[in-house]
Design a binder for this molecule. Structure first.
Ligand code: 5GP
Length: 239
């Protein structure tokens, strides 16, 4: 791993799965990936051994791949097992959920079964607020409360669908079906960049052939074998 030119400074923020640290350059931060796991809006808590190491590397590989395919992201470099440098964004408080196959909350909301392959991807938006449980919102709410502008949402929607094609191909070639996932975006020097992480914490990933769950649903649903599932994703992503 290359030595970084950035020096790690004080802690800025601690989230459920990551800690952000300042660097000597205000435009850049260190993302530190923890082993802590939460589900159901923080009601269920635990740790997944080595998750931080796996997620940091999985996310670095995926962000580098997306950058190479022309997607603008916050990612700069991985500097250690659990740390990466990213640009210091102003996060847009809208979580973007992309679905290719039904699972999770859409099944509960619409009373449908898991595993229906969608004729076209679904894009959903949630307001990023843990205390409120990241509630489902629509575009007119986003504009009324100025969470993002129509121009930003047009870019975010188009980019999310491009990312969906790229990630579905990336995982598909590695024997994994990309079921659904969450994306976040942020502002940096007048541009909107892909932010946060892309890991088995925020994606549903099913092994092709067996449909074995290789993601945080193993923790949410107490299925066991979570460390092994995350390792499997890491190994496949590194192929
Ligand atoms: P659902 O709406 O079915 O609960 O989640 C859809 C997808 O988005 C799943 O892959 C889930 O992991 C991801 N997702 C939704 N909200 C969050 C969140 O607050 N944090 C993380 N890490 N992933 C989320």
């Amino acid at each position: 791993m290359a030595t970084s030119k950035f020096e790690k400074k004080e802690q800025l923020y601690e989230g459920k799965a990551k800690v952000l640290f300042a660097t000597d350059d205000p435009d850049y931060v260190v993302q530190y990936f923890k082993d802590d796991a939460t589900a159901f809006d923080g009601e269920k808590k635990g740790t997944i051994n080595n998750k931080g190491v796996v997620n940091n590397t999985v996310s670095a590989v995926i962000f580098k791949y997306l950058e190479g395919e022309g997607i603008k992201t916050h990612f700069v470099e991985q500097i250690s097992e659990r740390e990466s440098i990213t640009k210091h964004l102003e996060i847009i408080p809208v979580e973007v959920i992309v679905r290719n196959i039904t699972a999770g909350s859409i099944c509960r909301r619409l009373g449908i079964k898991e595993g229906i392959v969608l004729k076209q991807p679904i894009l959903e938006y949630c307001y990023k607020d843990d205390d409120l449980g990241d509630p489902f919102i629509c575009e007119s709410i986003i504009y009324a409360f100025e969470y993002a502008t129509p121009e930003e949402m047009k870019y975010i929607g188009d980019t999310a669908l491009k990312i969906n094609d790229l990630l579905s191909k990336f995982f598909g070639e590695r024997g994994i079906t990309l079921v659904d996932y969450k994306l976040e975006f942020g502002r940096f020097k007048g541009e909107v960049l892909l932010a946060d992480e892309i890991t088995p914490d925020g994606c549903r990933l099913w092994e092709k052939g067996t449909n074995e769950k290789l993601d945080k649903d193993r923790f949410r649903q107490d299925l066991g074998g979570i460390e092994e599932a995350y390792e499997k994703v890491l190994n496949k992503v590194m192929e």
